[in-house]
Design a protein around this ligand. Sequence first.
Ligand SMILES: NCc1[nH]cc(CCC(=O)O)c1CC(=O)O
Length: 319
Amino acid sequence: MTEKALRLGTRRSKLAMAQSGQVADAVSQVTGRPVELVEITTYGDVSREHLAQIGGTGVFVAALREALARGEVDFAVHSLKDLPTAQPDELVLAAVPVREDPRDVIVARDALKLTDLPRGARIGTGSPRRMAQLNAYARGHGLDIETVPIRGNVDTRIGYVTKGELDAVVLAAAGLNRIGRSDEVTDFLSVDTVLPAPGQGALAIECAADNAALIAALAELDDPFTRVAVTAERSLLAALEAGCSAPVGALADLLADGQIVKEMRLRGVVGTTDGSTMVQLSTTGPVPETHEAAMALGRELATEMLAQGAAGLMGERAH
Ligand SMILES: NCc1[nH]cc(CCC(=O)O)c1CC(=O)O
């Protein structure tokens, strides 16, 4: 007798289908059950408005969560950076698998790197976080670039470059990796240049809080360090009271001495989209051993950033 398939709710985009397919295989392995993909269209997929204008937070996620809450699917896969920081009581993040490359990258014409771009080069990104940090970097390094607001899926965004409408676009390395297009990257941006979005490169597997059997099975796919790192990053974001379209970057990483993990560093940045004013801070300490300790680390860094004026830099929209 074959066991009943688990239903995985997913967005339809190429990226969502790729990452859901990868998670489906992993879940099938740990549960011994087949996994069936259930495609759900979200507001973020159909709206032509700029993401920052329609409010940002959660547009990609709401429809998936509704399908979960109604019991139409057993679990859902999200890009963690698209997930609002508020966790509904009836749902849990059952697993946060090992994070992929968290960096942002550039896909530019003629294999150009960021620092090779000619004067007046136009770089497309719909993300105030990327705009702010690229413009700040340009100011500090004598680069003359213009950030141009765009949105759309990966194909659309790379299309601006291949059609010659823009010199470069900014994308997440993880997304390109997952759809097998990392060979189109022309420059991997150091996280010292552009700090990624909180949770970037990580996935979240979410299911109903009362589904104890599935929660226990999915726990096998959880990576405790990725979990603690993204918890701290998202706590910082929440404490800054900023959504996923706010100009906030955050990254927690491990500082190791050889093989021995010593400490965790949490970095955060917020700035105006023109890059003229930035608040960038970091804190380093023992790797948090509990969810609450990871949350506290994010809150503490946020408090310091707010004391340096972070709140005043976040009111803006993409343009
Ligand atoms: N905002 C869209 C989005 N959400 C997740 C990813 C892929 C990377 C990831 O999983 O963090 C992307 C594309 C991008 O930013 O280039």
